[in-house]
Ligand binder design. Structure first.
Ligand code: SAM
Length: 237
């Protein structure tokens, strides 16, 4: 279904992954996030490289399951257990509906990712999810993921990021708005969504992400993809 959520709202509330967003999510994310399809494709490729036999693959903040499906379609290993987690009940229902008949060994869990246990993992993905976690809880989450990864396993993170230079940031923001306009969003929709996400989606710069990853134990992290103000990072244990 086409995303028209912000077309005519006048009283803009904080963004929530509720029933109305679930219904249009797949359209919304493709028309709003430059490089989204490439992000998913790359996660598939990295799964082929870093996935291990007899391990768990986690998709944290799985939404409707696009990333989980890429993990499963690209899995080359034996005895792998897929775990998709989201704290939106409506997202979890949609994820189950999309994936239950496509993936064996799949568990879809409705939970806050801050509360779950990560164990025996060779792949953990936070695709556009960390940005919705309180900034002061992010290090604990990354440390928990590090502890739950087996040696040689990978954490893959994609995020909306900002740069500190005001002029460069303004250029990136304008180009992102151009991307949305080119995908059919009106000025009103762009402005309303921006307002709705303002206190909910909290960006950091690439240096902050890389520093945290290092402080949480990852000796090697790389920003392997960036499209405008969206970046993906690979960290290997
Ligand atoms: C932008 S979407 C992620 C997109 C998805 N990973 C993909 O690749 O298509 C962010 C998701 O994170 C979930 N989320 C946000 N905070 C969460 C938390 N604390 N625990 C679990 N899920 C969370 C939201 O419900 C939402 O479905």
């Amino acid at each position: 279904m086409r995303d028209q959520i912000f077309n005519n709202q006048s009283d803009i509330a904080d963004f929530r992954f509720d029933e109305s967003v679930v219904a249009v999510f797949d359209d919304m994310v493709k028309r709003s996030v430059p490089g989204y399809e490439a992000m998913i494709q790359m996660i598939g490729l990295l799964t082929r490289t870093y996935g291990k036999d007899n391990s768990n693959y986690y998709d944290l903040g799985a939404s409707t399951g696009a990333t989980t499906l890429a993990l499963a379609l690209n899995n080359k290993r034996a005895n792998v257990h897929f775990v998709a987690i989201d704290n939106s009940r409506q997202m979890v229902n949609q994820c189950r509906q999309n994936l239950d008949d496509k993936i064996d060994n799949l568990e879809v869990i409705c939970s806050d990712i801050n509360d779950i246990c990560i164990e025996n993992a060779s792949i953990v993905v936070l695709n556009l999810t960390l940005q919705f976690i309180d900034i002061d809880k992010r290090a604990d989450l990354i440390r928990k993921i590090y502890d739950g990864l087996i040696s040689g396993g990978a954490l893959i993170i994609s995020e909306k990021v900002h740069v500190d230079d005001k002029n460069e940031q303004a250029r990136l923001t304008e180009l992102h708005m151009d991307y949305k306009r080119a995908n059919g969003y009106s000025e009103l929709e762009i402005a309303n969504k921006r307002q709705s996400l303002e206190n909910v989606l909290l960006t950091e710069n690439c240096e902050t992400h890389l520093k945290r990853l290092s402080e949480c134990g990852f000796s090697a992290s790389t920003c392997y993809f960036q499209c405008l103000n969206f970046a993906s990072f690979l960290s290997v244990k």
